[in-house]
Design a binder for this molecule. Structure first.
Ligand code: GDP
Length: 365
């Protein structure tokens, strides 16, 4: 499954946030692995369309799609030189699809900050620099190897070396790899390096409970936003402490509590939604009497790939997909009506799945 890793300096609220995530946890029976690995948290992706579809189909089961977070503790200044958990920690980040970087914007004298003061922008720079240095090492090590292949006139090696050289320059200049805007073909050459600074980043500005409703009033948050904008990264403001309290409440209590705090939705929901967008993910649905269910695919996925998310047999034996958009289905009022009005399309293997598609797959077994 697609995964975002949570990183940040010590004492910024990572564990508090991660605990809120695991306690908000998706139905754990569906995700046995997350009870095994304490560093993995799985949450449901909130989607109001699921409830509306359930009203239409009256299914026995309603299953939201889920999203996975990994707690990557242990990043400290000097990690790229092997301090703290160092390289072991960096290896964990290589495996994630995107990074959520928690920065501290809340005060609290009794809570010590590693560098002695609360300065989120400096925290951002500290971590980013570690990631850049780690990538620089990766790139230089690779350059040594490719240089030898290049000498023997290997054309691919020459192309790769070219890209590596540009990467080296950027990284040595303390710029993340993503700043280079590499072409698809160039990306292909270096994909296996899994560079950390090519991953998309979402900053989670952790604010105090008091600031949760109006985070923009906190000057530190504004600085984080400016810095993130300059990097082309997103920001979600969240109060980890408050989230930890919110997850303890159920349905109505939660609504009341959010209202009281002047919040529209929980920060966790916003975090999940933002991470989902960051990764370029979309949701399609399957709907019937048995279950109404949401599934996640990458934007641009074709129908057979989407079927493969349900079961690999579905992808292999794909024949066609019967598709109706969520809006069309709602407007028609029922599947039978949608069919009658010609809103149900029969799509082949080249169909690109759209967010909100309600799909029935036909396949050979
Ligand atoms: P980590 O080292 O990044 O995992 O940080 P922790 O989650 O352990 O948090 C460090 C300290 O900050 C703990 O004492 C938390 O209770 C506190 N803390 C975390 N988030 C918040 C928050 O949103 N508001 C306040 N006031 N304190 C927080």
């Amino acid at each position: 499954p697609l995964t975002t890793g949570i990183v940040g300096l010590p004492n910024v609220g990572k564990s508090t946030l991660f605990n809120a995530i695991t306690r908000a946890g998706a139905e754990s029976a569906n995700y046995p692995f997350c009870t095994i690995d304490p560093n993995v948290g799985v949450v449901d992706v909130p989607d109001e369309r699921l409830g509306r579809l359930a009203e239409m189909f009256n299914p026995r089961q309603i299953l939201p799609t889920s999203f996975q977070f990994v707690d990557i503790a242990g990043l400290v200044q000097g990690a790229s030189r092997g301090e703290g958990l160092g390289n072991q920690f960096l290896a964990h980040i290589r495996e994630v699809d995107a990074i959520i970087h928690v920065v501290r914007c809340f005060e609290g004298n009794e809570i010590t900050h590693v560098s002695g003061s609360v300065d989120p922008v400096s925290d951002m720079e500290t971590i980013n620099l570690e990631l850049i240095l780690a990538d620089l090492e990766t790139v230089e090590r690779r350059m040594d190897r490719v240089a030898r292949q290049k000498k023997s006139g290997d054309k691919q090696a020459m192309q790769e070396y070219d890209v590596l050289q540009r990467l080296q320059e950027a990284l040595a200049d303390e710029k993340p790899a993503r700043h280079l805007d590499l072409e698809e073909e160039e990306m292909e050459r270096i994909r296996s390096l899994n560079l950390l600074t090519l991953k998309k980043v979402l900053y989670a500005a952790n604010v105090s409970e008091e600031d949760a409703a109006n985070p923009d009033q906190n000057p530190r948050v504004r600085k984080v936003m400016e810095q993130a904008a300059a990097e082309g990264a997103g920001v979600v403001t969240i109060s980890a402490q408050l989230e930890a309290e919110i997850v303890e409440l159920d349905g109505e209590e939660r609504e009341a509590f959010l209202n009281e705090m002047g919040l529209e939705s929980s920060g966790l929901d916003r975090l999940v939604a933002a991470a989902y967008r960051l990764l370029g993910l979309i949701t399609y649905f399957t709907a019937g009497e048995k279950e109404v269910r949401a599934w996640t695919v990458r934007e641009g996925a074709k129908a057979p790939q989407a079927a493969g998310v349900i079961h690999s047999d579905f992808e292999r034996g794909f024949i066609r997909a019967e598709v109706v958009s969520y809006e069309d289905l709602m407007e028609a009022g029922s599947m039978a009506q949608a069919r009658e009005r010609g809103l149900l399309r029969s799509e082949g293997k080249d169909y690109v799945v759209q967010d909100g598609d309600v799909i029935h797959f036909r396949f050979n077994v």
